[in-house]
Design a protein around this ligand. Structure first.
Ligand SMILES: Cc1ncc(COP(=O)(O)O)c(C=O)c1O
Ligand SMILES: Nc1ccccc1C(=O)C[C@H](N)C(=O)O
Length: 423
């Protein structure tokens, strides 16, 4: 059984033996005023920039400059099928088949488009179940879908809540909700990894449970993609959406992903919004043909996509392909396990990790709850060169990303935390 040890030497040894150590140098690491690397633990909000991104984006700028409209077919990576260059790698990252995955739009937009298809209320079955502390954008999207269909956005939302005095959600409570209300629930929509607690849910278990009661099941995997092994295909979920600017390092506001399970790939009955990019590629430019649905997730696209953003995603996915999500997760578990060990060794009553202890129920993020919601702790950490975030009401989120964070990052962070707590 592997045991972590205290002391900087141990961190150095772990870094020395880290098979992914070389990847850090492939990123731009933000620096402080004196030119020293900041300790960046915010990859759960915005991932860092791979050094190759500029090259990938520049290539498209150059091809646009030299080719103009011809670039759609003649660019080194032609723009018409550009999204296809991302599909296979993205499918690997989220554990799906290529036909189930597409990169398009942005996250909340994709969530809406998926709900257009998978939230089909009837007078008997019209409610949507979400986790009580869902990310606000998800909650607002769900509420607006309910209003759009003429339902009361308070009455028609069912919340899966933590028990009093607890932070994490329990499956037995979800089972109870479904036993009581399953027949009224049209859609279960859960954040695959909760943004606040870092709790990673068992997608398959939730999907099976939902399907048993006749509900559709979808996940927002913004905090899961590139962070945990989502295995979306095996989960059986009807749909999933995620962004690419967190663990997938594709840049602020970059395009998002969508997954639609293979069993819906050829559906002609699902309601959906369409555009010319959901139409058969072979006849798209004949322009006058009647609409002919593309099969698979691609059939949910609307518009020709922004190539510059896709180029940045391609740069990042090429690195993920090289490393492999399994290797990445292996390091992630070691790194976050080490982080947890060091924090717990502080034995400080002022802070408490609320993220699950079980590695299978979390990704790389640890959410540190601060007693009396003392926000000054976060400010002091920031002043000490640690980039992490504060989420209301009382949590500091830290996410060591295995591609660019080191064991020494984590060690130094906890040393600084210790000094601040002992001030
Ligand atoms: C779970 C979750 N949902 C939705 C969003 C909002 O995404 P966007 O602004 O990309 O639509 C985020 C992060 O910003 C998120 O973490
Ligand atoms: N896209 C952003 C733009 C501005 C500020 C934050 C974000 C985030 O992504 C927040 C993140 N979703 C979170 O889990 O808090």
């Amino acid at each position: 059984m592997f045991e972590y040890q205290l002391g900087i030497d141990f961190a150095k040894t772990l870094d020395k033996n880290d098979p992914l150590a070389l990847y850090r140098n492939q990123f731009h690491i933000p620096k402080d005023d004196t030119g020293n690397d900041l300790i960046y633990l915010c990859g759960n909000s915005l991932g860092l920039q791979p050094k190759t991104t500029k090259q990938y984006v520049n290539q498209e700028l150059e091809d646009w400059a030299t080719l103009g409209v011809e670039g759609h077919t003649e660019a080194r990576h032609p723009w018409l099928p550009y999204h296809e260059f991302l599909t296979e790698s993205m499918a690997k990252v989220v554990g799906a088949k290529p036909i189930e995955v597409v990169v398009m739009n942005t996250l909340t937009a994709n969530l809406h488009f998926m709900m257009v298809s998978f939230y089909q209320p009837t007078p008997q079955r019209y409610k949507i179940l979400i986790e009580a502390d869902a990310f606000p954008s998800d909650k607002y999207a769900v509420e607006s879908q309910l209003r759009h269909h003429g339902y009361d956005d308070k009455e028609a939302v069912i919340l899966w809540k933590a028990r009093k005095g607890e932070e994490l959600l329990r499956y037995e409570d979800l089972e109870q909700i479904l036993e009581n209300h399953g027949h009224e629930i049209a859609l279960i929509m859960i954040g695959g990894v909760n943004y606040y607690t870092g709790q990673y849910f068992n997608l398959k278990q939730i999907t099976n449970l939902g399907h048993k009661y006749g509900c559709k099941v979808g996940f927002d995997c913004a905090h899961g993609a590139g962070n945990v092994a989502l295995n979306l295909h095996d989960s059986g979920a009807d749909f999933a959406v995620w962004c690419t600017y967190k663990y997938l390092n594709s840049g602020p506001g970059s395009l998002a992903g969508a997954f639609v399970h293979e069993r819906h790939a050829h559906s002609k009955t699902l309601n959906r919004f369409t555009g010319w990019w959901s139409h058969n590629k072979q006849t798209r430019f004949k322009m006058r043909d009647a609409f002919d649905q593309l099969p698979g997730a691609e059939g949910w696209q609307l518009s020709n996509p922004p190539i510059l953003s896709m180029a940045a995603i391609r740069a990042s996915l090429d690195m993920f392909n090289q490393v492999g999500i399994e290797k990445l997760i292996e390091k992630s578990k070691m790194l976050t396990g080490y982080f947890e060990f060091l924090i717990n060794a502080l034995k400080n009553e002022h802070i408490k990790i609320i993220t699950p202890k079980n590695q299978e129920e979390r990704g790389c993020q640890l959410s540190i709850q601060v007693k009396t919601a003392d926000r000054s702790l976060h400010e002091k950490l920031t002043n000490a060169g640690i980039i992490c975030d504060w989420r209301e009401p009382d949590v500091i989120r830290c996410a060591p990303a295995p591609l660019y964070n080191t064991y020494q990052d984590v060690y130094n962070m906890v040393e600084k935390l210790k000094n601040i707590l002992n001030e």
